[in-house]
Design a protein around this ligand. Structure first.
Ligand code: V47
Ligand code: SF4
Length: 388
């Protein structure tokens, strides 16, 4: 792998402020809040891509990670009313909602028996009747079927509600879930931390402070987590940098975040449908700035069912080192919001092909980024013969 260099940026005619940021990237020096905003306002696509790719390649070379997981969505009934959500239904709208029984959920898990999957991602609406003890017992049963599987479950929004209803502190609630087999937390529910924007788009669910406190507590108990940012709606560039700043501060404190996942706002079938979606250039700029700003996050993930395969491929030149949404990804949250791919299933062979197409080196990882299989010289034909 030929290491990229930033000499062409330093020798170009861009502004001294942008050159200073490039020099900081080379020196592995952290950029400030104002510099983050400047990147959003003045950083051109080529410049941002060069900086983000430089950081990514310095850490991981050509490697791109992916994970073989499946999703379980127990329900889309939700007590909250986020304006951007196309997926949730209130209890009174039960005809359009679903509630899987415990048996149905366990059947989904059993269907994956014998398949080399390392993670199950369990997340859904916040159902008033599915409480912490119900989910703890469910996770225990999932682990009885698949003791080897990593259980990444429940956003901070779901957890805050569960703990509140069960009259437990976050620490007590998370400890119970951990004792029953929950290994980590996904990054959902973060949206945008700015309180005014939060009041506008998701007024009734957990606050930013509560989201951060839940993740802080999980990290303290040895449960790692991810962090998302929902961008491209009513927020400003300052709001995005503020969001990442709060994550960067918590990561300095705990080191418990694995991955940052920017989520592009999709405008299908929700109460904010009048808001236009941002374009692909903005998606790529946003990935790049995420990589540059969050210097203490190991990984930057593109969730391809949301942005489509073509943008996912391009994102690999803009600091992204991880593509999510492999194999039988059955999540409905994006297809219901009008996402690019209405049938988000990609076989391992297709995903490996997609990564290789843009000259990168595909590595299957587990949830905490241990290498499971190096797919660079993997022969799928031999694999099929071995299986048959
Ligand atoms: O928090 C809801 C988002 C999130 C829309 O941790 C929308 O590995 C765009 O967090 N347009 C849940 N986004 C999904 C999530 C996630 C996904 C993949 C991997 C991981 C991980 C986490 O979905 C919500 C919200 O921010 N969302 N509606 C919409 N209309
Ligand atoms: Fe409920 Fe989550 Fe949808 Fe908000 S985003 S309404 S918390 S399912």
């Amino acid at each position: 792998m030929k290491a990229s260099s930033l000499n062409h940026i330093l020798n170009s005619s861009i502004s001294p402020a942008l050159k200073k940021i490039a020099q900081k990237v080379i020196d592995e020096e952290r950029i400030t809040f104002d510099e983050g905003v400047l990147l959003y306002k003045q950083g051109e696509l080529g410049y941002l891509g060069a900086l983000a790719n430089y950081i990514k390649e310095k850490r991981y070379g050509d490697k791109v990670f992916f994970n073989r997981n499946f999703h379980v969505e127990p329900t889309n009934i939700c007590v909250f009313d986020c304006k951007f959500c196309s997926y949730s239904r209130l209890l009174k709208e039960k005809s359009e909602g679903w509630e899987l029984s415990e048996d149905e959920i366990l059947e989904i898990v059993r269907n994956y028996e014998g398949k080399p999957i390392t993670e199950v991602h369990i997340v859904g609406g916040v159902h008033p009747k599915m409480g912490l003890h119900y989910f703890a017992s469910l996770i225990k049963k999932v682990k009885e079927i698949r003791p080897d599987i990593h259980v990444k479950a429940f956003t901070a929004v779901e957890l805050e509600y569960m703990c509140r209803k069960a009259k437990l502190s976050y620490k007590e609630g998370l400890q119970i879930l951990k004792d029953h087999g929950q290994d980590s937390l996904p990054g959902g529910g973060a949206e945008i931390f700015d309180e005014k924007i939060r009041a506008e788009i998701c007024n009734d669910k957990c606050t930013s402070e509560e989201w951060l406190e839940m993740h802080r507590t999980a990290h303290g108990l040895g449960m790692p987590s991810n962090a998302t940012m929902l961008y491209g709606h009513v927020e400003s560039f300052e709001n995005r940098v503020d969001h990442m700043e709060r994550l960067r501060i918590l990561q300095d404190e705990t080191g418990g975040f694995n991955t940052f996942i920017p989520l592009k706002y999709r405008n299908g079938n929700n109460q904010m449908s009048h808001i236009s979606e941002v374009n692909t250039i903005e998606d790529l700029r946003n990935y790049a700035i995420g990589r540059i700003y969050l210097d203490n996050f190991g990984h930057l993930k593109a969730y391809w069912p949301m942005i489509g395969r073509e943008t996912a491929k391009m994102s690999l030149a803009f600091g992204v080192d991880d593509i999510d949404g492999t194999i039988d990804d059955s999540t409905k949250i994006y297809s219901m919001a009008g996402a690019e791919d209405q049938n988000p299933a990609l076989s391992t062979e297709e995903l490996v092909g997609l990564i290789k197409e843009v000259g990168r080196h595909p590595i299957e990882r587990d949830t905490i980024y241990n290498t499971v299989t190096d797919y660079m010289d993997y022969d799928f034909a031999l694999d099929k013969e071995a299986v048959s």
